[in-house]
Ligand binder design. Structure first.
Ligand SMILES: [Zn+2]
Length: 152
């Protein structure tokens, strides 16, 4: 899963990714071509941007809901995979092409995208905080145990 920094840089750079053409261009090194159900064109149509890393070469991320999917198979249908995991994604439920949106509609979509991003960051920070609490409790317990050992 992406770190908060990666998530942040994706969020800020993906405001251009409403363009299907730009999304498709991100799939230059994508292994699934012609005969596959998840060609670059179909991936881009389903809202995905290719964001590979050294260890995860086939990670694709929705520019809107920032959901990350990997482990793609040639027969995977990108739209269905996306809808299975986040049926309410604002991109999937968009009724018209980006070029036909009014300024007001675009503004509301960007608000929604921002809300999803903040929710994700909050969840990640809360998870880090919970881990930190668990670690502190463990440290305190072992400290107490060692103090008990000394007092005996
Ligand atoms: Zn999405």
């Amino acid at each position: 899963m992406a770190s908060i920094d990666v998530l942040m840089s994706r969020f800020y750079s993906y405001d251009t990714m409403y363009s299907q053409e730009l999304r498709e261009q991100s799939f230059v090194d994508w292994p699934f071509r012609e005969e596959c159900s998840c060609t670059p064109e179909k991936m881009a149509k389903a809202g995905f941007v290719h964001c590979p890393s050294e260890n995860e070469p086939d990670v694709a991320c929705c520019f809107f809901c920032l959901i990350e999917l990997e482990g793609w198979e040639p027969d995977d249908n990108p739209w269905l995979e996306h809808a299975k995991r986040f049926p309410n994604c604002g991109f999937l439920t968009m009724k018209k092409d980006f070029t036909e949106l009014t300024v007001g509609e675009f503004y509301r979509l960007e608000q929604e995208r921002l809300k999803i991003f903040h929710r994700k960051v909050c969840h990640m920070k809360m998870a880090h905080f919970r881990d930190a609490i668990d670690r502190t409790l463990e440290n305190m317990k072992s400290l107490l145990d060692s103090m008990k050992g000394i007092s005996k």
